[in-house]
Ligand binder design. Structure first.
Ligand code: KG4
Ligand code: ZN
Length: 347
């Protein structure tokens, strides 16, 4: 089954052709340069850029996979969560293509995409990575920090999440306090941290004694702000690497601490990780060490597929279609900016 997948949930206009778990093409136009001066995504600019780029990105995805609409069996589209005006452009385009070509449509939750990205394969069907249910999925991105038990295909239970800012958001906001106009901030903090001391300053880690598996990151950026306000400029500049490393340590160790708990309580044997922040080498190492300590399998998404992309939506869509979640061409798909994996709109 060949799927044309589209994702316009945030600041990437992305289209891909997938066949089962295999990626035939995956094309993205990143809007980072357009949003950098605002220090975050500016909704009207995002919408305009999606309108401009959606058609060329789809055409390039078809060309690269050497297919035309005649070879496509279904259209997969992200309906949420994400930025409403951005989601709308992708949905409109998907519905237009579905109607003109009489193709069924598969609505996908963006987080499902990040989960299934860990199972993506190249044309040689590598990496092999079998599905062993139940598994624990960890999604760490700019909008979400979630621990999800996947009992079977397309069946999710969220067992832990950030109650306020996502981990990626905390890194983005922290980076802005440390270095002017740094967007996205995660890679900036990662780079600074490479030469820093993780334990230079111990930033407070919220909700660590709380009985739930939930996390909180909004207080962390406030504590960084107070810390920097008190520090003199020369001292701050001399220790910017140490401060970044200590801040990153607080974010990641909060996640690891809660994960330890989840793994013991739910007797996890396999965990998979995805989302933009999963591109971070230090977080990847912490998760790999954690899986060794608990003798678990650990499938982290290829670094090239951690950030938003349409291929992950196509792969999730394939398993949804296999579970009969596939709708006629003229079905009206609504954008759901706050879509929740625990209460799937399409299941
Ligand atoms: O998954 P994603 O592309 O978009 C959302 O769905 O949110 O994630 C974007 C997030 C941003 O917060 C960005 O700073 C973070 O991923 N990120 C990283 C790295 N690369 C991207 N965070 C830490 N280390 C990285 N190398
Ligand atoms: Zn994402």
């Amino acid at each position: 089954m060949k799927i044309l997948a589209i994702d316009t949930s945030a600041d990437d206009t992305s289209a891909a052709i997938t066949q089962g778990r295999i990626i035939l093409s995956n094309i993205s136009y990143s809007q980072i340069a357009l949003h950098a001066k605002w220090g975050g995504i500016f909704p009207t600019i995002a919408k305009r850029a999606h309108i401009k780029m959606i058609e060329p990105v789809i055409q390039k995805a078809l060309q690269k996979a050497k297919v035309t609409f005649k070879n496509i069996d279904a259209i997969a589209i992200t309906y949420g969560p994400g930025l409403a005006p951005a989601l709308q452009i992708g949905i409109q385009k998907a519905q237009e293509i579905a109607k003109i070509n009489t193709l069924p449509i598969i609505p996908v939750n963006h987080i499902e995409g990040h989960i299934y990205s860990a199972f993506a394969q190249n044309r040689n069907k590598n990496p092999k990575r079998e599905f062993t249910f139940p598994f624990l999925a960890i999604v760490v991105s700019g909008g979400h920090t979630e621990f999800i038990i996947v009992k079977k295909h397309v069946s999710y239970t969220v067992v832990g999440y950030s109650v306020d800012d996502a981990a990626g958001e905390a890194l983005d906001k922290g980076a802005r306090l440390l270095v002017e106009s740094s967007y996205p901030g995660g890679p900036v903090i990662e780079k600074l941290s490479l030469h820093g001391n993780n334990n230079y300053h111990i930033f407070p880690r919220a909700m660590m004694r709380d009985k739930t598996n939930n996390m909180s990151f909004s207080g962390l950026k406030t504590s960084l702000k107070y810390y920097l306000d008190k520090k003199d400029t020369i001292d701050k500049l001399n220790h910017i690497n140490d401060i970044a490393a200590s801040y990153q340590e607080a974010v990641f160790k909060s996640i690891i601490k809660k994960l330890n708990n989840v793994i013991s309580v739910y007797s996890i044997k396999c965990m998979v990780g995805g989302g933009g922040v999963m591109a971070n080498n230090y977080l990847r190492k912490l998760l790999q060490d954690l899986s060794k300590n608990h003798t678990m399998r650990c499938y982290l998404t290829n670094k090239k597929l951690c950030g938003d992309n349409a291929a992950m939506i196509g792969i999730a869509a394939y398993y949804k279609a296999k579970n009969n979640i596939i709708l006629p061409a003229n079905t009206n798909i609504d954008r759901v900016p706050r879509a929740n994996l625990s209460k799937l709109e399409y299941s």
